[in-house]
Design a protein around this ligand. Structure first.
Ligand SMILES: [Mg+2]
Length: 187
C-alpha cells in the first residue's frame, strides 16, 4: 500500500479551499501561557494556507477577534501579529463544534475535545479533522506541522475542483496517535 500523501502538493495538485480553526491555550501557548515553540512559523504557515478562512476557536474570542489578538499578540513579532489580524472570529455557546462549518473541509487545531464535540465530529464523519495538539508530550509539535501539514478529511471529494478520485484518501496525516480522555478545558 502506498504511503499516504502528507500534503496536497505531494499529489501534484494543491489542496482546495478549507477552513482552519485555531485554539490558543495548549496550541499557540503552552501550559505556562508562554508562546509555544514554532508558534510564529506555524501561524505564518496557517495564514499562508488559509489567508481568508482561518478562525479563532477559543474561549478568548466569542465573536470578537480583537480579544485573542490583544491577549497573545504581544508575544509575537510584528509580522506575525499582522497576519493574526486576518484571523476571523467565531462565536459559540456550549461546544466549539457549534462554530465549525461542516459543509467545508476543515482542520481544527486544539488540545482538547469535549465528548459533545467529539460526537458532533463523529456524526459528520470528520473526527480526524480535529488535530490534537499535545505540547506536554511533544513540545515541538507545531514544528512538525511545518514539515507535514495535515490535510482534512474530504479535502479531495469529487465535487472539488482539485479532486482526484484515484488519490488515496488521507485519514490521519500529521496526527498524534491515540485520543485523550475528557478533561476540563483550560480557559
Ligand atoms: Mg485549549
Amino acid at each position: 500500500m502506498p504511503a499516504l500523501p502528507r500534503n496536497g502538493t505531494a499529489l501534484g495538485h494543491p489542496l482546495g479551499p478549507m477552513n482552519i480553526y485555531l485554539d490558543i491555550d495548549g496550541v499557540l501557548l503552552d501550559r505556562k501561557s508562554e508562546r509555544a515553540a514554532h508558534a510564529p512559523e506555524f501561524v505564518r504557515r496557517v495564514l499562508a494556507t488559509c489567508p481568508d478562512s482561518t478562525y479563532w476557536l477559543t474561549t478568548h474570542c466569542k465573536g470578537d477577534a480583537a480579544v485573542p489578538l490583544r491577549r497573545i499578540g504581544p508575544l509575537f513579532d510584528a509580522e506575525t501579529r499582522a497576519l493574526m489580524a486576518r484571523i476571523r472570529p467565531t462565536d459559540w455557546d456550549l461546544a466549539k463544534t457549534e462554530a465549525i462549518d461542516f459543509r467545508s473541509p476543515f482542520l481544527w487545531f486544539d488540545d482538547d475535545c469535549f465528548d459533545v464535540e467529539r460526537r458532533a465530529l463523529e456524526q459528520h464523519g470528520v473526527l480526524d479533522n480535529w488535530i490534537k495538539v499535545d505540547l506536554r508530550r511533544t513540545p515541538h509539535q507545531l514544528g512538525l506541522f511545518l514539515q507535514s501539514f495535515p490535510i482534512p478529511i474530504n479535502a479531495f471529494d469529487e465535487d472539488w475542483a482539485c479532486a482526484d478520485s484515484s488519490a488515496p484518501r488521507p485519514s490521519a496525516a500529521g496526527r498524534s496517535p491515540g485520543r485523550p480522555d475528557r478533561k476540563p478545558r483550560s480557559p
